[in-house]
Design a protein around this ligand. Structure first.
Ligand SMILES: [Cu+2]
Length: 348
């Protein structure tokens, strides 16, 4: 028998399982090529409470803002479509080899704006902008949907009332769970006692999880009140971009929207600094976070250098940096590692 004509990456890509679900009454399988989210979204009925709210301009959340106990942290964030190159250098610096193939597709991404959506504060990015607060604060997110499909912002960890959930619930959907094209919704969330930690936010609208798979997620950090920030905070989202999402030929195992060292974030720190890593998972897989040359203590006292986390898990740890060098961080599922889920941590 002659050897397979597939290259290593294509072979590894074949071992991924297909994702199948039912959306808008239609069966969706990742084995049938790129999924057209906009077309599917056209088949979703506008929930009754959303249709009723569309008639009134008043924001139900204005009163809630006034109850803020400490500082109000206000954000203006839009969901937009943009071209996104997963492997801009077309190189894998870990294995010192080229990464062949077209790697740009149309991603969905959250974009930060100045107050009142006056001007963008930067490009739309995957992950979206950091939402940061302290215990005691109120977080207000003014969200505008510039995508065709209805999408939302749903947070983890922070306290929110039922109507601030940002989740589609069929006929029980509140306006925040179904933000239509060119509409704005204001979410109000509270950093009550016991909400500190690293969390994530993501779309949870009627097309869930397709818009999340296309890039609609971001980090949410709640520090303890008065807590001194470390010298460095690194936020790393582990997720997958496969052909059903991108229309591209290959599957990419990504950190923050990019694949392969030299494309994924190159993290930099100095000896003597306090360095915090904030890691979260945003796909269907279990990953591990492994950091070369370092170890950290888990909340239960175990000392580790590799930690497993699953879909929408998030965790943080801090190290007192004492080991200069050029290090790797990566997922230690070997298949993921060798399809892009790796990056540099450079300590000087
Ligand atoms: Cu992994």
């Amino acid at each position: 028998m002659s050897p397979s004509p597939l290259d290593r990456r294509s072979f590894l890509g074949l071992t991924g399982a297909a994702f199948v679900c039912t959306l808008a009454g239609q069966r969706v399988s990742t084995e049938e090529g790129q999924i057209d989210v906009d077309r599917l979204a056209g088949g979703v009925e506008v929930p009754p409470r959303v249709a009723a709210a569309n008639g009134s301009a008043a924001s139900a959340s204005a009163a809630a803002v006034a109850t803020a106990s400490a500082q109000v942290r206000e954000y203006w964030i839009a969901a937009e479509q943009r071209p996104w190159n997963i492997v801009p250098t077309h190189r894998d610096q870990m294995m010192a080899e080229p990464v062949k193939g077209h790697s740009t597709f149309e991603a969905y991404a959250y974009r930060p704006y100045s107050p009142g959506f006056e001007a963008p504060l930067g490009p739309a990015t995957v992950p979206g902008p950091l939402i940061e607060a302290e215990v005691g604060d109120t977080v207000v997110v003014h969200f505008r949907n510039r995508l065709k499909a209805p999408v939302t912002v749903h947070p983890h960890g922070i306290f929110y009332s039922n109507e601030m959930d940002g989740a589609y619930k069929g006929k029980w959907t509140d306006p925040g769970g179904f933000v239509q094209h060119d509409r704005t919704f204001t979410y109000v969330w509270e950093c009550r006692e016991g909400t500190e930690g690293t969390w994530l936010y993501h779309d949870h609208g009627p097309m869930d999880p397709l818009p999340v798979f296309r890039g609609l997620f971001g980090p949410l950090l709640i520090r303890k009140a008065g807590e001194a920030a470390p010298n460095r905070d690194f936020f790393l989202a582990f997720h997958t971009w496969d052909p059903s999402t991108t229309g591209l030929r290959n599957t990419y195992y990504c950190v923050n929207g990019k694949a392969y060292a030299g494309n994924t974030p190159t993290l930099e720190a100095k000896v003597g600094e306090r360095v915090a890593f904030h890691v979260y998972g945003v796909d269907n897989f279990f990953h591990t976070f492994h950091l070369h040359g370092h170890r950290w203590t888990e909340p239960d006292g175990t000392i580790v250098d590799n930690r497993t986390f699953g879909p929408a898990d998030s965790f943080s740890f801090e190290i007192a940096e004492d080991n200069p060098g050029r290090w790797f961080y990566h997922c230690h599922v070997f298949q993921h590692l060798h399809q892009g889920m790796n990056g540099w941590y450079v300590v000087s």
